[in-house]
Write a protein that binds this ligand. Sequence first.
Ligand code: ACO
Length: 327
Amino acid sequence: MPAIPPNVRGAVITGWGSALPLKVITNHDLEQTIDTSHDWIVDRTGIHQRHVGGSTVGLSVESGRATLEMSGVELSSIDALVLATTTPDRVVPASAATVQHQLGLSCGAYDVNAACSGFVYALVQAHGMIAMGAKKVLVIGTDTLARITDWTDRNTAILFADGSAAVVLEAVEGHGQLLGWDLDADGAAEKFLYSEVGGLIQMDGKEVFRRAVRIMVDSATKSMNHAGITADEVALVVPHQANIRIIQASLDRLGLPMEKTALVLHRTGNTSSASIPLALADALDNGRVKKGDLVLLVGFGAGMTAASAVLRWGGTTADGADPAVLP
Ligand code: ACO
């Protein structure tokens, strides 16, 4: 992908929020139903528990509402709602349309399916809309993978879960927060991870693992190059929360220490489109990001897709001043 042209209208994130279903399934719960163990799951994935339940619309409305409240934007000022999801509640209409109605918005609304890379795809699109004149965009990442998981298959049942998280992007004077981005897909690899319409997830775990590390490193490197930064300048990495060993191997190759990583995987499992914004919201809630920090988002998923973005938290202007949010 090309580098961002100079002088495009930029954006900053001014609010965030998340939602997890109340029901928790621990590894010990899974020991009762499939041939596995808590220790094996923790050792091979880093996951201790996962939240399951709810609908894609219901979770999106919850995280979307929390996000809008935090940012304090007028509902009527939202220009677009982009919902990243692999698990819409219906084939048509887009779940985003129902979420738009339930949140009381009056804007364009559509779903994006790029599997676990979906949130970064949607975030990049939202910046594009702002460059073209939109002022405020709500971006939500939600998945309800429990509904398409075979709970008798120990290969996948240990990994997947449900959740949602969102951000509000607002246009600013100046360049904004997005310094570099990359979106990739390799349809030839679709056979390693897929679900037919109405079916359950089929996965070749070893092949996905092998490819995931390669494409995360490749995508993150492209984004950092476009942003003109090096790995040691990154303050926080927010990787797709699929497997702690994939994250460790990727960060190792990128020369980034695990202390710089946002992690919620141990308590959420793999929530696909929700995974990166859930980890980002958690890091922000815990004060791990300060103004001016460089944040690297990087994910991979079925497709096989990969996506990454480098953000300078709070944005930048040509003279280094704080960019003003446009009314
Ligand atoms: N519990 C206990 N033992 C198990 C389990 C289990 N759940 N699963 C496999 N085993 C056993 C195997 O039978 C094997 O035993 P053996 O050595 O006696 O033959 C041994 O454990 C090792 O099995 P592997 O398949 O080699 O285990 P691996 O370390 O590869 O872990 C896993 C499997 C966790 C699925 C891993 O391959 C993985 O995470 N892959 C990536 C999957 C992923 O991230 N998918 C999401 C993509 S994002 C999206 O779009 C949704």
